[in-house]
Design a protein around this ligand. Structure first.
Ligand code: ADP
Length: 182
């Protein structure tokens, strides 16, 4: 099993759920920038205050702010890792590349979870997080299409992209993912 991974896919695709399973099974460090940002917001830190209103609008928090969150944890990690929700645009992908070169830990595989827009919207509406109302969801899908989806091509060109169908039960998707990452 590969041990330096990146999960890519639209909001609501199930990245977090699947990333949790893969990390538990393989003792990988799970780095979800969305989760880490929500923790900063809940703790009321300066960084959290800066991020909160941006997140509630469905926009992207600043590249350098997110990078600093990831860098701190990756530089200290001795084990494998899984990045979930980062990078989210080409500029973050380039910053990540520089960071990984510096610490000599290249990405081994990028997993793309593919899923239909209508399923995404239904999943997010039933999840009920603060940024999960209809207008913010539409904004996040738009940001995904415009800013994040160019990364599919970027990683495909590097020859490390693997695609998996994200429809179906958690278990079904999990076994598809395991198969492509083996
Ligand atoms: P989802 O996958 O459902 O969009 P996340 O938990 O990954 O949810 O992210 C929630 C919000 O956190 C995003 O809409 C964005 O505002 C912010 N965020 C998370 N990761 C990043 C990132 N890499 N760059 C900028 N903003 C981010």
């Amino acid at each position: 099993m590969k041990s330096r991974l990146l999960f890519l896919g639209p909001p609501g695709a199930g990245k977090g759920t699947q990333a949790n399973l893969i990390c538990k099974d393989n003792c990988l460090l799970h780095l979800s920038t969305g989760e880490l940002l929500r923790e900063e917001v809940a703790a009321g830190t300066e960084l959290g205050k800066e991020a909160e209103s941006i997140m509630n609008k469905g926009e992207l928090v600043g590249d350098l702010l997110v990078l600093s969150i990831v860098e701190k944890r990756l530089s200290n990690s001795q084990e494998g890792w899984l990045l979930d929700g980062f990078p989210r645009n080409l500029s973050q992908a380039k910053l990540l590349k520089e960071l990984l070169e510096k610490i000599s830990q290249p990405i081994e595989a990028v997993l793309l979870l593919k899923i239909d827009d209508q399923i995404l919207i239904n999943r997010m509406l039933s999840r009920g997080r603060e940024d999960d109302n209809e207008s913010v969801i539409c904004k996040r899908l738009k940001v995904y299409r415009e800013k994040t989806s160019p990364l599919i091509n970027y990683y495909q060109t590097l020859g490390i992209l693997k695609s998996v169908d994200g429809c179906g039960s958690v278990e079904d998707v999990n076994s598809r993912i395991k198969k492509v990452l083996d």
